[in-house]
Structures are given as C-alpha cells and as structure tokens.
Design a protein around this ligand. Structure first.
Ligand SMILES: Cc1cc2nc3c(=O)[nH]c(=O)nc-3n(C[C@H](O)[C@H](O)[C@H](O)COP(=O)(O)OP(=O)(O)OC[C@H]3O[C@@H](n4cnc5c(N)ncnc54)[C@H](O)[C@@H]3O)c2cc1C
Length: 477
C-alpha cells in the first residue's frame, strides 16, 4: 500500500474545504487516533475530520487516486480496529454529530458521527425515543449499519427496521440518498451490511412517543442465585412481553471477593406493572436493587461505568437458543471466574447475555433487509478487558475457546429443538475473522454481491466483514 508523502498530503489539504486535517506532527494527533479499546487503535497516516458530505467525498476520491488505505470512524468502538488504518487515511466523523428532531413527523436525523447519547437526549427533549444502543457512547454509525439492538427492540424492532433514509457518500464520490424510494438496493444493503457501500453522512430514524419514564435499573445477586436468575430470565422469554428486556452480566464483585450476577432490567410501563414483571427476580433477594422509574435516556447510561474507554478489549459474540440451560451457565461462570482469578489483569472482564423479545424483529422477512440474522437466537458477548499488550493473542485465543463452547451448546440445543444453528449470527458482535459461521451474510449473500459490485466495485470499503466479490478476493491476494 503506497505511503502518504508531502506531495500527496498537500494535494489533500488543498482540495478540502472545511475539514480539519491531522498528521503525526499535529499536537492533538494522539487524541484523534484514540479508540474505545487500545486494540482498535492504529497509527493513521492522516486523519480528516469533515463537517459535511462534500469533504467526505473529496477525501474518499483522494485516497483512491493515490491508492491510500481507507478507514471510516463513527463512534470508534470497534475492538478489531475496523475504524482505524495503519498509515492510511481515516475519515473521522466525530465532528459530524448534529442531531435534529422533526416533531411533526416524529423522526430523528443524526449525522453519521454522532453517538446514541446525542440521539437519546435530542429525542428526550421532545418526548421521543429511537431504537438505539444500550451504551450511549457507542456510535450511531457502526451500530446502525450492522442492525442495532436496543431496549426498545421488543416493541419496535431493530435500529435498521426504523431507518427511513440515509445520505451516503459513495466510493465514486457521489452523494446520494438511500431510502425505500431512492437507491432502493443500496438502502437494502445498508441495513445489515452497511459498512460495505460508502460513508453515511446522516441517518433518519422513525422515533416513538416516550413521554414518561421507564421502570429500569440494576439487580445484583450472589453467585448461588445463578440458577434462579437464569430460570427467571428464561421465563421472561417463554412468556414474552414486548415492553420487557433484560441483560445478565457475569462479573467480579466490585470488592473483588468473588463472582456476581448482575441483571439490568427494563420495562417500558408504569412502576406497578414493572414490579410484577421483576417479581421473580426480586424474590431471589438481590444484594442490590436500583429498579425505579427513570428516563429512557438514562437506561442507556447504566452500563457506562463498566464500559469506559481505555485498556485493551476483546468483544466476542456468543449466541444461544433459549431457554438457556442453567447448568451450562454455571459451567461458564465457573470457568470464567477461574480464568480471572488466574489472570488478575482480566478482572474488569464480563460475560453479557441479552434476553430480548425477538418477535417484532422476526416479523420482518429475512430478505427484506441485508441483515441475515433475524431469528429467535439470543445474543451475548464475551467482553475481555486487560492492560498488557503482550497478552493480546493469548486472551483472544481464550475468548475464542469460550465462544466455541457456546457454539457446541447452541448446536446441541438446535438438535433438541429442531432449530437451524448454522444460521448467521449478529454481525455487530462478530469481529472480522471470528464468526462461528462461514457465511455471515447467509442467504442474502448473492444479492449483496450484486449491490457491492454496483456501488463499490473496487472494494474501497473493506474493513468490516467485506462482502466477497472479485475485488475483495483480489485485495486479499
Ligand atoms: C460498549 C459497547 C456497547 C454496545 N452495545 C450495543 C447495543 O446495545 N446494541 C447493538 O446492536 N450493538 C452494540 N454494540 C456493538 C456495536 O453496534 C458495534 O461495535 C458498532 O460497530 C460500533 O459502532 P461505532 O460507530 O461506535 O464504531 P466504529 O469503530 O467507529 O465503527 C465500526 C464499523 O462501522 C463503520 N462505520 C461507522 N460509522 C460509519 C458511517 N457513518 N459510515 C460508514 N461506515 C461507518 C466503521 O468504518 C467500522 O468498520 C456495542 C459495542 C460496544 C463496544
């Protein structure tokens, strides 16, 4: 890959109109290459922070003219470095974080570099909410383009199911709208394989009335309650309620004394109903219970204290067919705690299990959007966090071993329950190269290849789960 030199850099600077340019010589260069995880950080040759689509287009064309590697940064949460480049150009959208609300139409338009915090807060100011991520400093960009699960998914589906339109800067520099009526094939591809086609300058989402607070908070249990907690979570999916959601987190108690089972609970309704929904959890006598009526936007801050920037991280998806076997969960907890005890540098790690009512998500036909993982399989994450860079490979290898155990369990369940466990898994939790299925795009692959050939035939956008086409295969060789 050619390197950036003074001449090419000067060409870039002279063409850009209002963007800010950073190189290794810039005073704040170190700050702009920071990512949520140290494992996602790379030393870019140049970072361009545009404030509009035109400068994105200029930067994109420049990179292609000089054959410079290209990465696009939204919220910067990729732990695998898919929003970073070693020596190439990063189009960093962080200054494109404006969010506007159309009160009449109940829509929210967010620029491509905003985080969910900005969307949540802008919506809340008008009694509206969008289906967004559960950790509010995550970028709207990556989360939307890969599907997007949030606390409101039970009621309204995925983020992409509520995407109305997007402004996209294509590889050829054109700035186009993608929606149900314009560039329909691009709009289809953006919803689930969206990192493949261009830079999204803005997204417009359907929003929903969310005038009142929700019943939500954190429950913490001692490890002896694990089976009871799993039973209660399984029960919540056996009798689903679209307004209910929960997450279970296996982690180390804050005082380091031993394991702790956390449940983050969510119910979009009044307190009395919420209390009933969580009665089987509170009956287990949690050592902490913060369930209360809180603003929707605050729910998406509950995980922030554990999901801070810094250190090195791996984020590996695990997938399971409910009901989750409590004995299996116990084995996972024991192995996880044994690992943390033998490797204290991993003490801030966790295993996160989501319990989402998938009915609304599964109402959308599998081929209606590019997302190939619409099914009732639940998502989870092995979240490893450590400080020693020399341990990267070792920790990632261990996370893959744990991932494999979940896959074996999923396969066994699938046989029992007659479910197809070879289906693709949630693309946003599948780090490139880590997918436990060979075809992350499932039955949508062929159409995606056609859309990719049309909009990005040279595979300019190749960092995150590139769709295999002639150009991507050539780039690999
Ligand atoms: C702490 C944490 C919490 C999470 N919670 C959830 C959750 O609740 N629900 C859920 O579904 N997922 C969740 N995820 C997964 C998340 O959706 C992905 O990690 C997502 O890719 C992050 O997007 P980003 O913009 O922050 O990251 P980035 O690293 O900036 O981008 C990720 C990929 O998307 C591309 N990209 C980003 N923005 C654009 C754009 N505007 N145009 C074109 N390409 C773009 C980048 O090039 C990169 O390849 C979470 C992840 C983390 C780390």
């Amino acid at each position: 890959m050619p390197e950036i030199n003074d001449t090419t850099l000067e060409a870039l600077r002279s063409r850009l109109r209002a963007a800010t340019v950073y190189t290794a010589e810039s005073e704040t260069y170190k700050d702009v290459i920071v990512r949520w995880s140290g494992t996602g950080m790379k030393h870019a040759g140049v970072v361009v922070q545009p404030i509009d689509a035109l400068d994105i287009s200029i930067a994109l064309l420049w990179a292609q003219e000089y054959s410079i590697d290209l990465a696009v940064k939204g919220g910067g949460h990729s732990t695998a470095g898919t929003s970073s480049s070693d020596g190439g150009l990063v189009i960093d959208l962080s200054r494109m974080n404006q969010v506007t609300v159309d009160i009449e139409q109940k829509t929210i338009t967010s620029q491509g570099g905003a985080t969910w915090k900005e969307v949540d807060e802008a919506g809340a100011a008008h009694g509206l909410a969008a289906v967004g991520g559960t950790v509010n400093h995550t970028g709207v960009g990556g989360l939307t383009l890969g599907g997007g699960y949030g606390w409101l998914s039970g009621e309204y589906g995925l983020t992409i199911d509520n995407l109305l339109s997007a402004t996209v800067v294509l590889a050829d520099g054109h700035i186009v709208t993608a929606s149900a009526t314009e560039n329909v094939d691009l709009f289809w591809g953006l919803r689930g394989a969206g990192y493949n086609f261009g830079v999204v300058a803005d997204f417009t989402y359907q929003a929903y009335d969310q005038k009142g607070p929700v019943y939500s908070g954190i429950l913490a249990f001692t490890p002896d309650k694990l089976e009871g907690v799993m039973d209660a979570l399984n029960e919540s999916l056996a009798k689903p309620d679209s307004r209910f959601g929960a997450m279970s987190i296996f982690t180390l108690a804050p005082d380091g004394s031993g394991p702790m089972i956390i449940v983050i609970g969510f119910y979009n309704g009044p307190r009395e109903e919420g209390q009933k929904k969580f009665a089987s959890f509170t009956a287990l006598e949690p050592v902490l219970n913060t369930l209360d009526m809180i603003p929707y936007s605050m729910v998406n801050t509950l995980q922030n204290p554990q999901a801070t920037y810094g250190d090195r991280k791996a984020f590996k998806g695990i997938f399971y067919e409910p009901p989750l076997d409590p004995h299996f969960a116990r084995g996972i907890l024991n192995d996880f705690m044994a690992k943390i005890q033998s490797e204290p540098d991993l003490k801030a790690s966790a295993i996160i299990l989501e319990f989402t009512d998938m009915r609304k998500i599964c109402e959308v036909p599998l081929t209606a959007t590019a997302l190939a993982s619409r099914n009732h399989t639940q998502n989870g994450i092995i979240y490893l966090r450590w400080t020693d860079p020399s341990k990267d490979l070792e920790h990632r290898t261990w996370a893959r071993e744990v991932q494999s155990k979940w896959k074996v369990e999923l396969d066994a369940r699938a046989i029992d329950q007659g479910v197809d466990s070879s289906v693709p898994q949630y693309i946003n939790y599948a780090e490139p190269g880590d997918s436990l299925v060979s075809n992350i795009y499932g039955e949508n692959l062929q159409r995606l290849q056609e859309v990719k050939e049309k909009y990005d035939p040279k595979n300019v956008f190749h960092k995150m789960q590139p769709i295999p086409t002639g150009a991507s295969v050539r780039k690999k060789e």
